[in-house]
Design a protein around this ligand. Sequence first.
Ligand SMILES: [Zn+2]
Length: 404
Amino acid sequence: MKYAIIIPDGAADEPQESLGGKTPLQAAHRPAMDEIARLGVVGRSNNVPPSLPAGSDVACLSLLGYNPLEHFTGRAPLEAAAQGIELGAEDWAIRCNLVTIENQTMRDFTAGHISNEEARQLLSTAQERIGSDWLQFYPGVSYRNLLICRGAKKPAPFSRDTRATPPHDLTDKSVVDDHPRGPGSDLLTRLMEQSAELFANHPVNAARREAGKLPATNIWLWGLGRAPRLTAFQELYGVQGTMITAVDLLRGLAALVGWKRIEVPGATGYIDTDYAAKGRFAIKALPHTDLICVHVEATDEASHQGDTAAKIRALEEIDRHIVAPLHEALKKQGDYRILVSPDHPTPIRLKTHNHGAVPFAIAGAGIQADAATTYDEVAAGKSPLAFDDGWRLMGYFLGKAISC
Ligand SMILES: [Zn+2]
C-alpha cells in the first residue's frame, strides 16, 4: 500500500464577498481534488487545540499524527532541526525574524522577503555586537532565522510560560504594547531594541532603501522552545514517510519524526514555486517510500498578502500539477490511499492563521464513498466525519489508530 498526502498550507478559508459568497477553494478549478471527494470521503478536522497558537508548527504536528498538547514545544526547535542545529537538553531555540517596523507598526514580517545574503550580513552584525557563546544567531532562509540560547553555558531564563507574539499576527498593527511576556521576556525585549539601533544605519539597509526596498529595521523574537522528543513515525504507525517541502518548519518536523526529505529545485515556499517539479519529484519518490507528503506554502502566503486571486491560482496549480498527476501515478501502481488537507485556516480577511476546522478528502483502498462530490469547506461542514483532535486523522488515514 502506498500513501500520499498533499498539504495546501492555510488553504481553508471563508466565503468571500468578491467571489459571490464562495470560498477560494470553491472558486478554484480543482477537478483532481473533487475526484478524491467523489471517489472517497470528505470530512473536517481541527489541528490546533484552543490553548495553542494557530500556526503551521502546531497544525502540521497534528496533521502528521502527533498530539500537539503532548509534544509541541515551539516553532523554533522544529526549524533548528531542519537546519541540522543540534539542541542539547538545556538549549532553547528562538525564532528570529527580520521585520520592517515603521512608526511602531508592523509593516512587513518578512522585511520585504529579504535575501539570504542580506540576512546573513545583518545576523553577523548582531552576533558580533549582541551575541555571545551563550546567544548564537543562525542565518536561515530569507527573513526566517534563529537565535539559540545555549543553556548549558549559562541557564536560559525562559519557561513554557514565556510568550511572544508571532510577527505575522501583527501585520499592519501597532507593536507598542506587544512586548514578550513571562520569564526571560526582558532579555528578548532588550535584544530586539538593540537590533533596531544596530540595523538603523547598516549598509544592507542603506542599499535596500536606495533600491526602494523595505529595510530590515529589527529582529523579532518569538516561537521559542526546547527540542521536542518524538517517537519515530515508523515506530508509531509502521509506515516510512518522505517529505517534500520548501519550508524549514516542515523539514524540521520531518527530521524529528524520522522521515526522509527530498529537496526539489525550484521549490521556493512562495507563490512562484515550481508546482510541476514538486509533482514530478513526488511521483519519482513513490517506489522508494511508503508515504509521500507534499507540502505547499503558496496558498498560505497568498492569504498573508490578502490576495484572493493569488490564492485561487495557487490552489489550481496544486490541483493540476501535484494532486492530479500524483493520483494518476498512484492508481497505476496498485493499492493506495490519498489525502488532501490543509494544516489550518488562513482567512484572507485576517491575513493570518486561525483556529478552526479544515476540510480534508481521502480516497483509495477500503474507503467507501460518501455523498460528497466536491472538496471544500461547505462539503466538509456537512460531513458526519469530523476529528476534533486533528492528530487522530493520521490513524484513520493509515487505518491504524494509536493511543497517543
Ligand atoms: Zn500553515
